[in-house]
Design a protein around this ligand. Structure first.
Ligand code: UDP
Ligand code: MG
Length: 332
């Protein structure tokens, strides 16, 4: 017997909020119309997260976990969760309670109405810095214009997917995974549910600027080939400019033979400009070639220490009394 719902949560140093997360998710899955499993993917946490997950597993058999041998990053952690999820509908959400678990019920209602992908769409982000909100806002709109597939704006990884969507995602071999794009690419019946993004419950942001930038470049490079064309366009433009210059020089020579047209400054400036354009274009090429390199190496996406809870799933309401985790109220 398999659960009806799977909730996939990637965990990277989230010990501070983990029991609260469990408490709130638990309240929700207790109200659901079918059985559920909670899959924690421990993405190489250095804090107490793993031992907390193990304790939760002790008191609630619906908690399963996958333990990575090191930190592989958020997108890979979610991917692993999807690989192991057994539910007919799979919910993916962040561990920091920025994605309110209470919204899961709304997501499942939409699923029952026949949608295969239900996105949680942020209408407001509470207490996130101006820089983060601003860059996210611009990036999503930029990506929308650039991408080959319709990727919805202001939508993160918090969503519900039908098992057929998960199957398609699991069959995708690519390494640089921009799940939001891959998910949209599958093209099944999609809708969204609006929500207000809460501030982080505890702990610090795990997405450093570097990680966010990598995710953004992954998104762009995996779903758009326009950057590759940028080099061509700039090349064409500079060819046009140099043609104009030649015409200008000929004109000057014929009609103003005594004036000196150029100085060193302009030559140096043009040299620098062209050098910059070339380096930029090589950089873009490098992004794509790097990606090809990643793909052809065919390394596994992640390596595992341990997987627990996936052998069997029984539907009896087995919940032992917690004696060592005091924060958890079992009866809501
Ligand atoms: N996360 C992860 N691996 C990482 C970074 C983050 O599994 O290398 C998880 C993290 O524990 C959280 C989710 O990804 O559950 C989102 O991270 P965070 O809240 O820091 O990002 P943001 O809210 O800025 O998107
Ligand atoms: Mg967060």
């Amino acid at each position: 017997m398999t659960p009806k719902y799977s909730v996939v949560v990637p965990i990277y140093n989230e010990a501070a909020g983990l029991t609260e997360l469990y408490r709130r998710v638990r309240c929700i899955i207790d109200q659901m119309d079918g059985s559920a499993e909670i899959i924690f993917v421990n993405d190489g946490s250095e804090d107490e997260s793993l031992s907390l997950i193990k304790e939760l597993r002790q008191i609630d058999f619906r908690v399963c976990y996958i333990d990575f041998s090191r930190n592989f990053g958020h997108q890979v952690a979610v991917t692993a969760g999807l690989n192991f999820a057994r539910g007919e509908a799979v919910i993916t959400m962040d561990a920091d309670l920025q994605d309110p678990p209470e919204l899961i019920l709304e997501l499942t209602h939409k699923w029952q109405q026949g949608y295969d992908i239900v996105y949680a769409k942020r209408i407001r982000r509470a207490k996130e810095g101006f820089f983060k909100r601003g860059t996210a806002y611009l990036f999503y709109r930029f990506l929308k214009r650039m991408a080959d597939v319709e990727i919805p704006t202001d939508v993160g990884d918090f969503c519900l997917m039908d098992e057929k969507v998960v199957k398609v995602l699991n069959s995708m071999p690519e390494r640089n995974r921009y799940l939001r794009g891959l998910r949209a690419w599958t093209g099944f019946r999609q809708t969204s549910v609006p929500f207000k993004r809460d501030p982080r419950f505890a702990g610090t942001v795990k997405y450093t600027f570097q990680k966010s930038l990598k995710l953004a470049i992954d998104g762009l490079a995996s779903f758009s080939r326009i950057p590759l064309r940028v080099a061509t366009y700039i090349g064409l433009l500079s060819a046009l400019v140099s043609l104009l210059m030649v015409i200008l020089v000929i004109y000057w020579r014929l009609f103003h033979p005594n004036s000196s047209l150029t100085g060193y400054t302009i030559i140096i400036a043009v040299l620098f400009f062209l050098g910059a354009v070339q380096l930029f274009s090589i950089g873009i090429l490098g992004e794509y070639i790097g990606r090809i390199y990643e793909e052809v190496k065919k390394r596994p996406l992640y390596t595992l220490n341990e997987i627990v809870g996936f052998e069997s799933y029984t539907d009896k309401n087995f919940v032992k009394k917690p004696n060592h985790i005091h924060e958890i109220e079992i009866n809501k």
